[in-house]
Write a protein that binds this ligand. Structure first.
Ligand SMILES: Cc1ncc(COP(=O)(O)O)c(C=O)c1O
Length: 449
């Protein structure tokens, strides 16, 4: 019996009307397509830790919409906060008190957030942050890292995980058609955690480099934390050479901790961008940072343009206020922490018991598993040595049995506050069965050195 019949039919029909048969390229499931599963699963509804597709398959959801769902799907407190403001209108394109209330909370929670400007998506936020950095330093070039994703605007869409190969040269790689070559000339793409080469490039080109932008914990080439001292190294280089340090915390913000990766690593960027978990599913993003730099966005001096019809809309503001209130309850992060740790440990034990060279790396609320003989993966190129076929088998087996992780091995596994002990037990049981089953069809890992 085809468990995904309706999704398959809808996908075939959608191909006629929506290019690629989807609304975001990242939603196409390349690894499992075209076996027994469709290239895109159609969701029907979600509640708490669970998601149902249109064929009524129920999953424990570890994709969580690519990370926004930190509290759980359709989380009652957030929905109630939204309902309360919705009855008084949707968007006014005027200031509202909720945006001020939220700014005060963020100012308290996030180290670098002296001032805040709201937007609606991570893409908008990073676009604005880079523009502000350019305006502030009066320099044009940016330094980013291979495998780091900062949204789909032209400034940053280079050298994404899927384009990186272990033997590539150092030139940034356009990730899309339509990006002018002249923009590529404004980008340096370095390897994550490569202390020496970043320093060399900065020393050589600092007069042209406006900002270093990075995911302080990489969440777009699996999950790759910074090596000890690496974020400090970036901080020092930026201080020395008048370069703006931007942490793109779209994935890590309000997810790794209330204060984001900058709190965990105790490194303060000049600017930071947030989105995803802040809205628990409602569209909101923001740029936060040093007053001296952020004030350039205002209209008082020669200024940076930023706007947005929906920026600061009361619905997203109400959602985000309520998300922060909830995340401030100590129990919320504690519970996610316990769940995530146990899941990571259980997965590692299953690999050990079954002689599988699998690693699990990251944080309890955001981690990924990789198949490699290395102890850890420290950059995107090294990640290319992993066995992605094994990952595809695992993901397909889990999905067929009600566990939803993303089919893209460069994504992350996410935990929400709605994941509870019985979900953990079930997940680990299904996980163990999947690993045992794969062992029968695939005896060895194909890993490169
Ligand atoms: C680190 C990071 N920055 C920016 C973005 C872009 O965010 P959005 O999809 O909301 O435009 C993403 C999206 O996944 C992201 O992971």
């Amino acid at each position: 019996m085809n468990k995904f019949k309706k999704s398959q039919e809808l996908f075939d029909e959608e191909l006629k009307y929506l290019p690629g048969g989807t609304t975001s390229n990242a939603r196409l499931w390349h690894n499992v397509c075209p076996t027994d599963m469709p290239c895109a699963i159609f969701a029907k509804k979600a509640k708490g830790a669970y998601l149902w597709d249109v064929d009524n398959n129920k999953y424990i959801d570890y994709r969580l919409g690519y990370g926004p769902i930190i509290l759980g799907h359709a989380y009652p407190k957030v929905l109630n906060a939204v309902k309360k403001v919705m009855k008084d209108g949707e968007v006014f394109a005027l200031n509202n008190e909720l945006e001020l209330k939220l700014a005060k909370k963020i100012n308290k929670a996030v180290k670098c957030a002296e001032m805040i400007r709201y937007a609606n998506s991570g893409t908008e936020a990073t676009m604005t942050a880079v523009r502000v950095a350019r305006a502030f330093t009066k320099k044009d070039k940016i330094l980013k890292f291979e495998g780091h994703y900062h949204g789909h605007h032209d400034y940053v869409l280079f050298s994404l995980a899927k384009h990186i190969k272990s033997d590539l040269g150092k030139k940034p790689i356009n990730a899309s058609l339509g990006i002018p070559n002249s923009i590529r000339n404004l980008v340096f793409a370095e390897e994550w955690n490569d202390f020496d080469n970043v320093e060399k490039t900065i020393k050589r080109h600092h007069k042209e480099i406006a900002c270093i932008i990075c995911e302080p914990v990489t969440g777009n080439s699996a999950v790759i934390p910074p090596e000890p001292g690496f974020l400090n190294h970036l901080r020092e280089l930026c201080n020395k050479y008048n370069i703006v340090l931007i942490f793109d915390e779209v994935k890590t913000g309000f997810r790794l901790s209330l204060g984001g990766a900058q709190e965990i690593y105790n490194v303060k960027p000049d600017l930071a961008t947030f989105a995803k978990a802040l809205g628990n599913g409602f569209p909101i993003a923001l740029v936060a940072g040093k007053k001296e730099i952020m004030e350039l966005i205002g209209t008082g001096r020669d200024h940076v343009i930023h706007g947005g019809t929906y920026s600061g809309n009361p619905i997203s503001m109400a959602a985000a206020n309520s998300v922060i209130d909830e995340l401030q309850r100590k129990e919320v992060f504690e519970s996610m922490d316990i769940y995530g740790r146990k899941l990571m440990k259980g997965m590692r034990e299953t690999y050990d018991d079954n002689d599988v060279d699998g690693i699990v790396q990251g944080f309890p609320t955001m981690f990924q598993t990789m198949f490699t003989r290395r102890d850890k993966i420290t950059n995107c190129r090294a990640g290319k040595s992993c066995d992605f076929n094994y990952f595809a088998l695992l993901q397909g087996e889990l999905a067929r049995n009600g566990i939803m992780i993303d089919e893209d091995p460069e994504e992350a596994i996410y935990i929400s506050y709605s994941h509870k002990q019985h979900d953990l037990n079930k997940t680990l049981q299904i996980f163990e069965n999947a690993v045992k089953k794969i062992k029968k069809v695939k005896k060895t890992l194909i890993t490169l050195k």
